[in-house]
Design a protein around this ligand. Structure first.
Ligand SMILES: Cc1cc2nc3c(=O)[nH]c(=O)nc-3n(C[C@H](O)[C@H](O)[C@H](O)COP(=O)(O)O)c2cc1C
Length: 402
């Protein structure tokens, strides 16, 4: 058996994903599949990276990457939300110089497009987060690192050559979360990102389970027994040296806003909360000491039938009233999506699956390609719409489509 499963299983898998609404494989004008690209430099858009990633990544892991919950309606809604806005083009503005740099908490990045914290990336490519870090370094972009990354924050920071932002899952034992924050601070993290939106785990990720059935490699060979799998995250590098014996889950169903205040007291680093989907919660988060808000629904992996993040963004922007930076993620696939999010009031955006498509397709070069493509599309949209600075982007640059 090959690493990526037998040829028959592979063919069934590709037929399955090809018929899925989560698949946006590039097609020719006559509807026939476009030939696969063979290098990152050839990619015309992130979907061409996705097509190669689906061939390279083992089916069960590809299912883990792409899945939402239940019918994947939130995943689809996030991306579709951007289609309900159009750009307004202004003419005869000098657009010979366009600046897409952003400064967040005194840290300057060459692009408003950050890399989301995204689990253990060696599931998608042997170089995992180190490849993402090197690509982020080359592009001068912000990288957020997951608690459960396959490589420790110290090693990733070294590869990035600058502070990364560290994402923390609450865990049912706050002492563990505090220890993670202290570790991140000692590693020089630029900010702490507390993820609020996974409550208790166990949500039904149907696409993931269906694709796992098409993988002929036994999960136990790498992940151990079901009991071992249940605790595998606690054995990830960032937990090493931390007493996790009282942790039941890395999410925390009993979690309330007091938790945010308690964690706030542990660190002087900027603290962002990730998973905010309403203006009400954004206001509470600021009162509880959050320095920044990430409008996110975990890429549609936490609840189904949720509104899109771009639909939640305006009310969060209104509630925050310019008091804290806002980042939005979920469904961003094109530079025009970035343009729209910033026009609606986001200070920056973050991408999840698109850079992992790049990683799975071509490693570091693929991640850099995903970032380059989206940056280039953003530059093109700004040029065509007569906007030279992100700070000048606003509601006048977009129009809601009925
Ligand atoms: C496979 C996968 C793993 C993820 N792991 C984490 C994680 O460890 N921590 C976290 O805060 N968010 C995690 N997320 C959510 C992302 O940070 C982000 O919110 C989401 O991917 C954005 O949507 P997009 O993939 O449509 O761009 C994960 C998302 C995916 C797809």
């Amino acid at each position: 058996m090959s690493v990526h499963g037998g040829a028959l299983a592979r063919r069934r898998f590709l037929q399955f994903v090809g018929a899925s609404p989560l698949w946006a494989a590039p097609a020719m004008a006559d509807g026939a599949a476009a030939p696969s690209i063979t290098s990152a430099a050839q990619a015309l858009n992130v979907f061409e990276l996705q097509e190669v990633a689906a061939r390279n990544i083992p089916p069960a892991h590809y299912g883990y990457l792409m899945t939402g919950v239940h019918d994947d309606r939130t995943v689809a809604a996030n991306a579709a939300g951007y289609s309900r806005w159009g750009l307004r083009a202004r003419r005869l503005v000098d657009v010979s110089r366009i600046d897409i740099g952003v400064t967040l908490f005194g840290q300057t990045f060459a692009s408003p497009v950050a890399l989301c914290p995204l689990s253990a990336q060696r599931a998608f490519h042997p170089d995992g987060e180190l490849a993402s870090a090197r690509a982020a370094k080359a592009r001068g972009a912000l990288q957020m690192l997951s608690t459960v990354s396959s490589t420790s924050i110290e090693e990733v920071t070294k590869a990035r050559g600058a502070p990364v932002w560290f994402q923390v899952y609450p865990t049912s034992d706050i002492e563990v979360a505090k220890a993670l924050v202290r570790r991140a601070d000692a590693a020089g993290a630029g900010a702490i990102v507390l993820t609020l939106d996974l409550l208790g785990g166990g949500m039904r990720r149907e696409t993931m389970q269906r694709l796992a059935r098409l993988d002929d490699r036994p999960c136990e060979a790498c992940h151990g027994t079901p009991a071992e799998r249940a605790t595998q995250n606690l054995r990830r590098p960032n937990y090493q040296g931390i007493d996790t014996s009282r942790v039941r889950t890395i999410s925390a169903p009993a979690f309330t806003w007091d938790y945010v205040s308690n964690l706030r007291a542990v660190t002087k680093s900027p603290l962002l909360v990730k998973g905010i989907m309403t203006g009400e919660d954004a206001k509470i988060a600021l009162r509880r000491g959050a320095d920044g808000i990430i409008v996110s629904n975990h890429g549609g992996r936490a609840e189904d039938s949720l509104i899109a993040t771009v639909e939640a963004l305006p009310e969060v922007v209104a509630a925050v009233g310019g008091k804290a930076p806002i980042i939005v993620d979920g469904g961003i696939r094109r530079g025009t999506d970035v343009f729209k999010a910033i026009a609606l009031g986001a200070d920056a955006v973050a991408i999840g699956r698109p850079y992992i498509w790049g990683l799975g397709a071509f490693g570091e070069e693929g991640v850099a390609a995903a970032m380059r493509l989206i940056d280039d599309e953003l530059l093109e949209a700004m040029r065509q719409c007569g906007v030279t600075r992100l700070a000048d982007l606003g509601k006048a640059n977009i129009q809601h489509l009925v």
